[in-house]
Design a protein around this ligand. Structure first.
Ligand code: NAP
Length: 295
């Protein structure tokens, strides 16, 4: 058996084409584009690269992008002032605070300062709280977990009553995707570094979400035949044959997994492109909401 490859890049490209058309419609109607504001603190190269990619993607869809790039020495008050400036700016519809923040910055305070209506990352405690509660809907859901859900939907995955296993329980991926799967009526098991008999648990899963940050950790013989596997992991490994001397692999050992799974995402080209796309979609949604429309 060879698994169907879930092409996140192609799905993301298609959604981005629709976003660009919607952005043009918004601009034509109101005379200004949807705007994303970004706060980046410090000089972590990976964070700077993510921010560049997000801003470039927004701009290529016709959105405005404003950056508050602060040095690692920035004070709590300076970071708070950057968030406040974006909260108060009517041309900004979405605010992204790139994580992690330097250790001396109080991250929970910063995240809860982001205006609920502009929380396109979906990390405000009220949005996460609504996601966790039955009968409540958040204004926004986090981009990477939402990207996983869109990929599952595009695969035609039957989530109702399915056994879903999420490996990883981080605030940005594992926990919110588990909540979203529960909202979709899956029976969800969340695994983490203290879980016993992980392969046994994974073997019962119709849907596996791997978000642990360990290269090639989940093996093909852990999977139930036909399972749908979404690999969120993005791990840099040395590869002297690659042009840059390294390449990226997921948390799932794709060579063995694709012999057993029914469908699987690849790394790169799976969840990664969906993350930025869903951030753009949330910003557009916020812009429409700001003018009293839902689409
Ligand atoms: P994280 O905050 O480090 O969390 C990792 C989670 O995995 C933790 O819950 C940890 O358990 C669990 N874990 C670690 N080792 C484990 C093991 N051996 N067995 C079972 N569980 C284990 O990571 P993250 O931010 O969620 O990111 C996870 C991966 O996704 C990373 O590779 C990251 O680069 C990638 N990522 C990709 C995107 C994208 O857009 N494609 C976006 C975000 C993240 P404990 O809670 O017990 O410590």
């Amino acid at each position: 058996m060879s698994a169907q490859i879930i092409d996140g890049q192609a799905i993301a490209d298609e959604i981005r084409t629709n976003i660009a058309a919607e952005v043009a419609r918004f601009q034509a109607q109101f005379g200004y584009p949807p705007g994303l504001g970004v706060v980046l603190v410090g000089d972590n190269p990976a964070s700077a690269q993510y921010v560049r990619m997000k801003r470039r993607a927004c701009e290529s869809a016709g959105m405005k992008s404003v950056g508050h790039i602060l040095p690692a020495s920035a004070t709590q008050a300076e970071v708070e002032a950057a968030v406040k400036a974006l909260n108060d700016d009517p041309t900004i519809h979405g605010i992204l605070v790139q994580l992690p923040l330097p250790p001396h910055i109080d991250e929970p305070t910063i995240l809860s300062m982001v205006s609920l209506e502009k929380d396109v990352d979906g990390f405000h405690p009220i949005n996460i709280g609504r996601l966790a509660m039955k009968g409540r809907e958040p204004l926004f859901t986090p981009a990477t977990p939402t990207g996983c859900m869109v990929l599952l939907e595009r695969m035609g995955a039957q989530l109702e009553g399915a056994n879903a296993v999420v490996i990883g329980r981080s605030n940005i991926v594992g926990m919110p995707v588990a909540l979203m799967l529960m909202k979709a009526n899956a029976t969800v098991t969340v695994c983490h570094s203290r879980t016993r008999d992980l392969p046994e648990i994974v073997r019962r899963a119709d849907v596996v979400i791997a978000a642990i940050g360990r290269p090639n950790y989940v093996k093909g013989n852990w999977l139930k035949p036909g399972a749908i596997v979404i690999d969120v992991g993005t791990n840099q490994i040395d590869d002297p044959t690659a042009p840059r001397g390294y390449r990226y692999v997921g948390d799932v050992e794709v060579a063995t997994a694709q012999e057993v799974a029914g469908a699987i995402t690849k790394v790169p080209g799976g969840v990664g492109p969906m993350t930025i796309t869903l951030l753009m979609q949330n910003t557009l949604k916020s812009a429409w909401r700001s003018v009293g429309a839902t689409t």
